[in-house]
Design a protein around this ligand. Structure first.
Ligand SMILES: NC(=O)c1ccc[n+]([C@@H]2O[C@H](COP(=O)([O-])OP(=O)(O)OC[C@H]3O[C@@H](n4cnc5c(N)ncnc54)[C@H](OP(=O)(O)O)[C@@H]3O)[C@@H](O)[C@H]2O)c1
Length: 337
């Protein structure tokens, strides 16, 4: 255990990334300085937004530098501490990213309570993706009882939580996802009212059938042609939280779709992009409510866990081919009591 292993951005991907865009490097185990802890990664997160940071195009998040460790969400256990408020064995969540060990400033960490839920949920339903679902749907979507809510990327980490919160709010919920296994899971396990496989069904007619009263809220995780089809059905005063556009992340040229301004104007609809980080001062309120819903069985979550640090890139690439049902994670080491 004197060696750390890190995944480094070797070059900026063109189009769909592949293994050659990354290298695995070994480094000596870091030594925590004053105010830091040494953490052993237990789970790390792979997320679609990371693709954006691999490019140097201007965006809301700083691009990764070539030669730098891929930063991102991770949960780990403290091995050594210079801060009396953190003890060996404590579970923490932070953004030290794709590496087996890290020396991390405690000010950037949040403690994770293993008695509340499995610690992996700090990267999903009780972490960034759960918070994204919560704020995007409730703050922008503002679902009202009896309305119709459509969600793209519905069987992913954000999407499946959006749908269940929308059910709590008494709406009719339609999910769009990329396989029959996923659509079945949404309707049979999570109680969605209908789910559509956009890979095999005629989306326009399936949507028309599933949404006889039109669409009041469209929670957009994917963009592209899926969104073009949903937007044709929006109702007067529809709300459209723009959460993600994964269908576009690997395109090398900008994609031009239908010009939708008239549709928004004539329906007096609101389309609004949002970033979960902008809600940071309300995280505690949301985490409290998400944890209650989880405890009371009002929401469930799924995780797609790949075992082994060496499979991190495969897990990341799988997001773009829809390998995951629920939150995609990599298990790096065992939890130790
Ligand atoms: N705004 C924010 O603050 C914020 C925060 C977190 C995430 N996001 C965004 O939210 C979206 C969902 O994130 P997540 O972490 O929950 O990921 P996820 O949904 O768990 O995983 C990505 C899913 O996207 C679908 N997908 C991949 N390529 C697609 C394509 N070309 N067309 C349609 N669907 C495609 C796949 O499912 P299928 O099998 O269904 O195709 C895949 O499983 C992403 O766009 C992400 O960037 C935004």
């Amino acid at each position: 255990m004197s060696v750390n292993e890190q995944i480094i951005l070797a070059k900026r991907p063109q189009g769909m990334p592949d293994e050659s865009d990354f290298t695995f490097e070994e480094q000596p185990l870091p030594v925590p300085q004053a105010g830091e802890v040494l953490v052993r990664t237990v789970y790390l997160s792979v997320d679609p937004y990371m693709r954006g940071r691999m490019s140097d195009a201007k965006s809301y998040a700083k691009p990764y530098e070539v030669g730098e460790v891929i930063a991102g969400g991770a949960v780990g256990q403290v091995m050594e501490s210079t801060d009396p408020t953190y003890r060996e064995g404590d579970y923490v969540a932070g953004t030290w990213g794709w590496q087996r060990f890290a020396a991390v400033r405690t000010g950037t960490l949040r403690k994770v309570n293993p008695d509340l839920a499995p610690v992996s949920t700090a990267l999903g339903v009780l972490g960034m993706t759960g918070l994204t679902a919560y704020f995007g749907l409730l703050d922008i979507g503002q679902p009202k009882e009896g309305e119709t809510v459509v969600i793209s990327g519905a069987a992913g980490a954000v999407g499946m939580i959006v749908g269940q919160i929308a059910k709590i709010k008494g709406t009719r919920v339609i999910g769009i996802a990329g396989s029959d296994e996923k659509t079945k899971y949404l309707t049979e396990k999570l109680g969605f009212d209908a789910a559509i496989n956009y890979q095999t069904e005629d989306l326009a007619s399936a949507l028309a059938e599933a949404c006889p009263n039109g669409v009041d809220v469209y929670f957009d995780n994917v963009g592209g042609e899926v969104s073009d089809a949903v937007l044709r059905l929006i109702n007067k005063n529809a709300r459209i939280p723009i959460c993600g556009q994964i269908a576009l992340y690997n395109l090398e040229k900008p994609d031009t779709g239908p010009r939708i301004q008239s549709l928004l104007l004539t329906n007096t609809a609101l389309m609004k992009g949002f970033l979960v980080g902008d809600y940071a001062n309300r995280y505690n309120e949301a985490l409290h409510e998400l944890a209650e819903w989880l405890r009371d069985g009002n929401i469930q979550y799924a995780e797609h866990i790949v075992d082994g640090f060496e499979k991190t890139i495969e897990a990341f690439l799988g997001l773009f081919s829809g390998e995951n049902l629920g939150k995609q994670l990599v298990k790096v080491s065992e939890e130790q009591s």
